[in-house]
Design a protein around this ligand. Structure first.
Ligand SMILES: C=C(O[C@H]1C=CC=C(C(=O)O)[C@@H]1O)C(=O)O
Length: 497
């Protein structure tokens, strides 16, 4: 960072003077010290703060909101499009000459299904994006701090002084924290004890899956994703930023956090809904799962997954539906001919990447509307399956399996599917997982799969006893013809269904 702190603060002050009295929002961005994002987040109130870190991309941490774009009901995509367009039309962008920051963006997410946001999701609603008051971005070895202001409210008098003081404090704290590693900040914590974990009863899960299989047999669906919630009572309050930091061990995943007053929604998702840069579109099908125990040689397990007819059919439904959905939006669209195996520690998925060239007029919100929910989290037919899920699942999904991400001022966007995620609050966490059900699915094996998918978040919560027990259970014998039965047995799920 070449410019001095005093010079940077002067640049922001001069820009605020120019904006004074204007009834519009503006983002002023300056170079900032390269520090752990958690140092930034700890400076700000939790409510409306967020974190976003995609593999190989820019990480963003934000706090406060100068604009809050709330959407609800069936019309939420249209509402989002209108509000985002209006924001980019009014927004002024001011950049310190020594920085080349990424364009301003809104961050947020949508619930899986409009209205499916009863307790504990009330603070999240059907959809919410923010233009953050403060946004700290890190890319390679550079960092930037953006301050969003409202010209006629923030740029004069005590309000202006307050914001300039806060700017000074942010830059000073970041400078002190510079070059500290995020991991070094979090020494291994004491293990939590006497945690109670309430899982959905196996019998209720079997009943639910059998209902789906009956509907599939009757020709109503080809696939429906079944999900369940695990309620974790924690003996002490858990620091959501620490949980988020611990998720760094999930390779190739996007870590995200969206905090509200008393709860934070966070996770490490392996599934990209779409990435739009100009007219280049990338997306993927991720469905079909197997367990590869820690320390095992993955090739044999991967081969077995690739050869599993049930997993291939579950995956093919997602591939075909993404291709069908995107065709009208693309001049070109290519997908790998065969899925590959994508391994995230002991969880393996079938994975098919897509790359396309978008038609000129296609915007990010149209892609969001078209792609969500893919049959990797909903089912087929998509709309009917999502409605069925919202009315039949025991617990509201809220933002779990919804899209979370950002849209920027030049029309680029990136969203992931909010899986491997949960809510964390005072003394309480809720972990959500699901599994695709097709005609060849076995309810008990799918239950075991949803237990496996809980592990990353349970470990990050520090519930090592339970997580360890399940982890040890994953120490499966060499793969044979009964991969899923072995997994069920090891996870302590009885039965041969
Ligand atoms: C719904 C989830 O995973 C989806 C993504 C990958 C593999 C899946 C599966 O094999 O069932 C699911 O479709 C979840 O992790 O909660």
């Amino acid at each position: 960072m070449g410019a001095s702190l005093a010079e940077i603060v002067r640049f922001v002050e001069d820009t605020m003077d120019r904006l004074h009295g204007q009834s519009r929002a503006a983002v002023i961005t300056v170079p900032a010290p390269f520090a752990p994002p958690m140092a930034f987040l700890r400076l700000h109130p939790r409510n409306m703060s967020f974190f976003w870190d995609s593999p190989g991309g820019t990480s963003f941490s934000g706090a406060g909101a100068v604009r809050t774009l709330r959407v609800s009901g069936e019309g939420r995509y249209e509402q989002l499009r209108e509000q985002v367009t209006a924001l980019w039309n009014e927004l002024g962008v001011y950049v310190h000459p020594e920085s080349t920051p990424p364009p301003p963006r809104v961050f947020g997410g949508l619930s899986f299904h409009p209205g499916n946001v009863s307790a504990p999701w009330e603070q999240f609603g059907d959809g919410c994006f923010t233009l953050p008051r403060w946004c700290y971005a890190r890319r390679s070895s550079r960092a930037f701090l953006g301050l969003a202001v409202q010209g006629d409210v923030d740029c004069a008098g005590p309000r202006k002084r307050e914001l300039l003081n806060e700017l000074h404090r942010n830059l000073t704290v970041l400078a002190n924290a510079e070059e500290q590693s995020a991991l070094l900040q979090y020494p291994a914590r004491e293990e939590l004890r006497a945690v109670s974990m309430q899982q959905l009863e196996l019998s209720r899960w079997v009943e639910h899956v059998e209902k789906i299989r009956t509907a599939i047999a009757a020709g109503e669906f080809q696939k429906v994703v079944a999900a369940r919630r695990c309620d974790v009572a924690l003996p002490q309050s858990v620091d959501e930023l620490e949980v988020l930091s611990r998720l760094v061990v999930q390779p190739m995943c996007t870590r995200f956090l969206f905090s509200r007053e008393t709860l934070s929604f966070l996770g490490a998702s392996p599934e990209v809904l779409f990435d739009k840069r100009g007219n280049v579109l990338r997306t993927e099908a991720l469905a079909g799962t197997a367990c590869c125990p820690a320390g095992a040689e993955p090739d044999a397990y991967a081969k077995e997954l690739l050869e599993s007819e049930k997993d291939r059919s579950e995956h093919a439904i997602v591939v075909d539906e993404i291709a069908r959905t995107l065709a009208p939006f693309c001049e070109e669209l290519r997908a790998s001919k065969q899925p590959k195996v994508h391994r995230i520690r002991e969880i393996m998925h079938l994975h098919t990447p897509f790359k396309g060239k978008l038609k000129r007029e296609v915007d990010a919100v149209s892609l969001l509307e078209a792609l969500h929910p893919t049959p990797a989290v909903g089912g087929l037919p998509t709309v009917k399956a999502a409605d069925w899920i919202a009315s039949h699942e025991q617990d509201a999904r809220g933002w779990y399996t919804g899209p979370v991400g950002w849209i920027d001022a030049i029309g680029d966007a990136r969203f992931v599917v909010a899986i491997r995620s949960g809510l964390v609050g005072e003394g309480q966490a809720y972990v959500f997982t699901g599994a695709g059900i097709v005609s060849a699915s076995h309810a008990h094996a799918e239950y075991a799969e949803t237990s496996l998918k809980q592990l990353p978040l349970l470990r990050a919560l520090g519930i090592s006893e339970q997580a360890k027990a399940e982890e040890d259970a994953l120490d499966l014998p060499a793969p044979g013809s009964h991969r899923s039965r072995a997994l069920m047995e090891m996870l302590g799920v009885a039965g041969n269904a």
